[in-house]
Design a protein around this ligand. Structure first.
Ligand SMILES: Nc1ncnc2c1ncn2[C@@H]1O[C@H](COP(=O)(O)OP(=O)(O)OP(=O)(O)O)[C@@H](O)[C@H]1O
Ligand SMILES: [Mg+2]
Length: 373
């Protein structure tokens, strides 16, 4: 078995560190606080939620945990469906489903189970919007009266801003603030939107949660972890080669794991610098079609800008004369417009650092591909 996981979470042995964050989140939740977890994409938020849930299961036997990923939802109805499916999948094991549906009101939901995964699918027919609100309220009320304490993690929470014709924030907040038995983890990667939801004084969720920002893994800890996992599989890798992996993937967990996974499956006993270069080349080759497709979707000016940023690795002043001239990027106004649009498309990552905002190509493999262009 390849120990370098490419899914959010499998078990503690294959999940590197995050001990401090895990403890913090568990402490906040057990002290009655709700938590907002924010990081750029693919750093390990979802994995951390599962790690926290595992910790809760091991140490807090009176708490049930519910995980809902709302990234696919477009409206309140979708939200209710995903939330109730999460609740049903936990209650199923406790034989409490009929009590749950009785509690959430007069609607007759239909439950089916996926033949392969066994995951429940809930469908409900609403007569009007009021029905939806009552159902949502009913779900929270049920959780409030659940015999055990409840933690609900809502992943990709920023998605609620995409719902049309409803202020989902106001609706959720009005129910959530009445709950004593239920604590929440709100998780998301769009920093700007998440910050606006939770720190804007004019918005319903203002200051209702404690922020846990998630950064990159501590490099020495991650290096030791990588070396150990290779070693456990009888594969030797020197410290300087582990550093080479972390450098090339910029310590961005998903990319680091992918390179390690590729190396693990392709190398037998000793892992050399040449093996690493070859694995990098295979990864780039495997992604090339996707990158070309992306190039077709962008304007030539946007692609040139991405390439220029990749070549610099990170840029603090993309509209500066020197940067624009060096890469012949046209006018400052068009660069500024393109930066904004590429940040919105999550192709460029804007990060606040000590020297203000810096921009880099979000996908590390794409960045490595472009820097050679
Ligand atoms: N602590 C860790 N140890 C080992 N691998 C990890 C760790 N954290 C994350 N990963 C790796 O990074 C990948 C991305 O993690 P995860 O899906 O949890 O990130 P995310 O922040 O939720 O991303 P997104 O915003 O895209 O949903 C995982 O599939 C896994 O391969
Ligand atoms: Mg995630």
């Amino acid at each position: 078995m390849n120990p370098f996981i490419l899914e959010p979470y499998r078990n503690r042995e294959l999940f590197c560190d995050r001990e401090l964050e895990t403890r913090q989140i568990v402490d906040y939740l057990s002290n009655g606080r709700n938590v907002t977890l924010i990081s750029p994409r693919r750093l390990g938020k979802t994995g951390l939620i599962y790690r926290v849930f595992e910790e809760i299961a091991a140490n807090c036997s009176d708490i049930d945990t519910f995980y809902v990923d709302i990234s696919s939802s477009q409206c309140v109805e979708d939200f209710i469906k995903l939330l109730s499916e999460s609740v049903v999948s936990v209650l199923n094991k406790q034989n409490k489903i009929s009590a749950f549906f009785k509690a959430i009101g007069g609607l007759r939901p239909l439950i089916t189970y996926d033949a392969v995964t066994g995951a429940p699918e809930v469908s409900m027919i609403y007569r009007n919007d009021k029905d939806k609100e009552l159902t949502l309220k009913g779900i929270f009320q049920y959780l409030e009266t659940h015999k055990r304490k409840v933690v609900v993690a809502i992943d990709e929470f920023q998605q609620i801003r995409e719902y049309e014709g409803v202020s989902m924030e106001a609706l959720l907040r009005s129910y959530i603030q009445q709950l004593h038995n239920v604590r929440f983890i709100f998780c998301g990667s769009k920093k700007h939107t998440m910050t606006d939801i939770f720190s804007n004084a004019k918005k319903p969720f203002y200051e209702s949660t404690t922020f846990v920002p998630l950064g990159k893994l501590d490099i020495p800890t991650y290096e030791a972890f990588i070396q150990r996992l290779f070693g456990n599989g009888g594969k030797l890798i020197g410290a300087e080669n582990v550093r080479q992996i972390i450098d090339w993937t910029r310590d961005h967990t998903f990319y680091t794991q992918t390179l390690c996974n590729e190396l693990y499956l392709s190398c037998s006993q000793y892992i050399s610098s040449t093996d690493i270069l070859a694995a990098e080349a295979r990864i780039i080759a495997a992604n090339r079609d996707r990158f070309l497709e992306l190039q077709r979707l962008l304007t030539p000016a946007q692609w040139r800008l991405m390439t220029a940023i990749a070549k610099e690795e990170s840029v603090s002043h993309p509209t500066s004369v020197s940067f624009i001239q060096k890469y012949r990027l046209g006018s400052g106004a068009s660069v500024s417009k393109n930066v904004k649009s590429l940040v919105e498309k999550e192709l460029i990552l804007a990060e606040n650092g000590e020297e203000g905002v810096s921009y880099s190509v979000y996908n590390v493999f794409l960045s490595r591909y472009l820097e050679k262009a």
